[in-house]
Write a protein that binds this ligand. Structure first.
Ligand SMILES: Cc1ncc(COP(=O)(O)O)c(C=O)c1O
Length: 383
């Protein structure tokens, strides 16, 4: 991808504004808008919604997600959010009174809340407070006990932009026989992840941020050994039909067994209004490849960090190294002015976010160097 002439024309139009907030919502590329239009026409005149089109919706989406994550498609559960996958795991992994789930203090609420809800069943949760900005492998090792059944963390912290090292933390979990659950929401689509190579047991994510899909989309992947032990009653009639819709009173159960990831798809798994455009957005990203997208995003991150007036702004996110992500978080030296800085950015046509009192920028593939320079100009004017 070319920094000077980005893929902006495949997105928007943004009415002259600069969207630096993919960590909140990724915009739909035009190909996905077109696909959404087609899906809408199926619903306007349902004779167009042929059975084979309907059945293909989840199959095609699962295949694209498999390619994205380097995982077999039949191991992927289709969901409507990150929270869907996290609840499936928290409610489905057999956890008994006395078992413990380890979390990271200050993690995004979506990551921690589903596990904390298990307290009422006698499952304990404990939140580790990292000494530095990010939890290290040694710190995790010290905290694991024989009762620790699950460790769950976000890959990229939404508030600080720091990325944990999934490989190092996963190896520590494996040595302790602890399931490692990763919330990949703020990384997947902007940082490469190969599940075939990582010691991760489950990954959840949403489709509407870095994957540029519609809102109300998400997924969950589980290692087969984790899936096989899930204790969760779900028997969705449509999934039980298999691919050929021969609807009758008797469920022929040609479809997946309860050990098949599809069994846990969100109800409405052929949700064509959302899943058809999401599939098109994934095709668009996969055409470039996530390595390419990541390289482009990192060029923009680098430009933003290099151009930051360090006498006025403190960089909250990492300057460089493996903990750096595509989230750049800054604070004015007078943090009380951060809300005003965001307002000035907005007035100048630049959309960023205020998170935990700091200003967060999250550029993605439709942004270019000129967008970053426009943001830097406004920041400089706020000294
Ligand atoms: C780390 C993280 N997880 C999850 C979410 C969203 O969760 P859900 O898809 O359940 O709304 C966000 C959104 O900001 C996030 O930053």
């Amino acid at each position: 991808l070319d920094t000077a002439s980005p893929l902006a024309s495949d997105f928007g139009p943004f009415a002259g504004r600069v969207w630096l907030n993919a960590a909140h919502q990724g915009p739909l590329p035009q190909v996905a808008v077109d696909a959404a239009g087609e899906a809408l026409r199926w619903k306007v005149a349902p004779h167009r919604l042929k059975d084979d089109l309907f059945s293909a919706v989840p199959r095609r989406l699962r295949e694209r997600l498999g390619r994205l994550l380097d995982a077999p498609p039949d191991q992927i559960v289709l969901g409507n959010s990150t929270s869907y996958g996290l609840h499936l795991l928290a409610n489905g992994i057999p956890l008994r009174p006395g078992d413990e789930v380890l979390l990271v203090a200050g993690d995004f609420p979506a990551t921690n809340l589903p596990w904390i809800g298990l307290n009422r069943r006698g499952v304990a949760t404990r939140q580790i407070s990292p000494a530095g900005s990010v939890l290290g492998a040694d710190e995790l090792r010290e905290q694991l006990t024989p009762a620790t059944r699950v460790f769950c963390t976000s890959w990229v912290n939404s508030f600080t932009g720091h990325a944990i090292d999934p490989e190092a933390l996963g190896a520590v979990c494996r040595a302790n026989d602890t399931w490692f659950v990763l919330n990949g929401t703020q990384g997947i689509g902007a940082l490469p992840l190969s599940l075939a190579e990582q010691p991760v047991d489950a990954v959840v994510g949403c489709g509407f941020k870095w994957l540029c899909g519609p809102y109300g989309t998400g997924f969950c992947w589980m290692r087969p050994s984790l899936l096989a032990g899930l204790e969760y009653n779900q028997a969705y009639w449509l999934v039980a039909q298999g691919d050929e819709l021969e609807l009758g009173r008797e469920t022929k159960r040609r479809g997946p067994s309860p050990r098949d990831a599809r069994s846990y798809d969100v109800f409405g798994t052929a949700n064509f209004l959302n899943f058809v455009p999401w599939t098109a957005a994934l095709d668009y990203l996969l055409k470039y490849g996530i390595e390419e997208v990541a390289a482009h995003d990192q060029t923009l991150v680098e430009r933003l960090i290099d151009g930051l007036d360090q006498s006025t702004y403190r960089l909250v996110s990492p300057r460089d190294g493996g903990q750096r992500s595509q989230l750049v978080v800054v604070s004015h030296r007078d943090p009380a002015r951060n809300a005003g800085v965001l307002l000035q950015l907005e007035r100048a046509g630049i959309d960023a976010a205020l998170r935990d009192g700091n200003v967060r920028f999250s550029p993605h593939l439709y942004n270019g160097a000129a967008d970053i320079d426009r943001a830097l100009e406004v920041l400089a004017a706020q000294a």
